[in-house]
Ligand binder design. Sequence first.
Ligand code: ZN
Length: 370
Amino acid sequence: MRETTILLPGYGPASFHNLTVLTFGTPGARPHIYVQGGLHADEGPGMLAARMLADLLATVEAEGRVTGCVTVVPAANPIGLSQFVHGDQTGRFDLYDGRNFNRDYPDLGDEIAPRIAGRLGRDPETNVALIREALRAALDDRMAAGPTDHLRLELLRLAMPADVVLDLHCDGEAEVHLYTQPASLDRMRALAALTGCRALLLAEISGGNPFDEAVVWPWVELARRFPDHPIPPACASATLELRGRSDVSRRLGAADATAILRALVHLGAVSGTVELPPPACEPTPLAGSEALVAPVRGLLSYAVDLGARVAEGDVIAEITDVVTGEVTPVRTRTSGVFYARPATRIAEIGKRLGKIAGAEPFRDGLLLSP
Ligand SMILES: [Zn+2]
């Protein structure tokens, strides 16, 4: 294991943050897998899983079993980790400007198209190398507007060269679920099965430019733009949601780290054999995932458990008006798995009350939570 530290500027004068990067195997070896936790810095399960994955990788590396290269960043957002409001850690949004730490990643496909036009050939591997070099150059040319943009660029520099990128997150309360794109799906099915994923949500573009799509989109876009040259989808990515914010335990962390390590074996980055369990779900469109919204204010009580299969018209939650005692049922319009809900039980009008993975697409525009 090699440990390197990237120094990031903080917002205040003379303030800095450290981004710790752990690398296993031989740099440049393929496949190269990149795993990060805690891009939303108030989400512990992914950070613990990434940390415990690094511990497992140190063992298998000592056994000579890391045949590719694996980069692990257990705490991808030291800026968010330093944010506290009145004693509570807060890490989804940058307190400086309110931006979500997992949005606004640059779409580099358009930017590098002129750099590679006329230089592409007939050999897919040569084209991949050319595009990776152009992506690297484009990142190096960008000027960060501030510390968080600086972090965004550093994370992209680490992840862009990888064949597979895993971004570990969690929801308020949730079953394991995973967001990916059609171009990445085949390389994520094993991970989904191994982690017991209950909703595998597909979108080519979910909106807002999240990290996972920023590393994949250039390949899709350039393949479309240069149809006469073979450009394979050289990077696959997923956002893996490891349950809810309070699901932080070494037992769960060990199970998740083991599942990810097995996925690395399946991908060929670590030697060994792995038997895949049957998948716990089939892929469904992110555009078919209903986000229930509170129509009234009050105290929130769930009528069904997380992970339940629900049908259109089922009451998912009831909201009790504290003053009048009136109870308002909240019904789903979707049939599917109830896979995520917030951790709090006081609802304001418009509060997102939960997500149900339906098979039929019905939404467009921004498909992710704010
Ligand atoms: Zn997150």
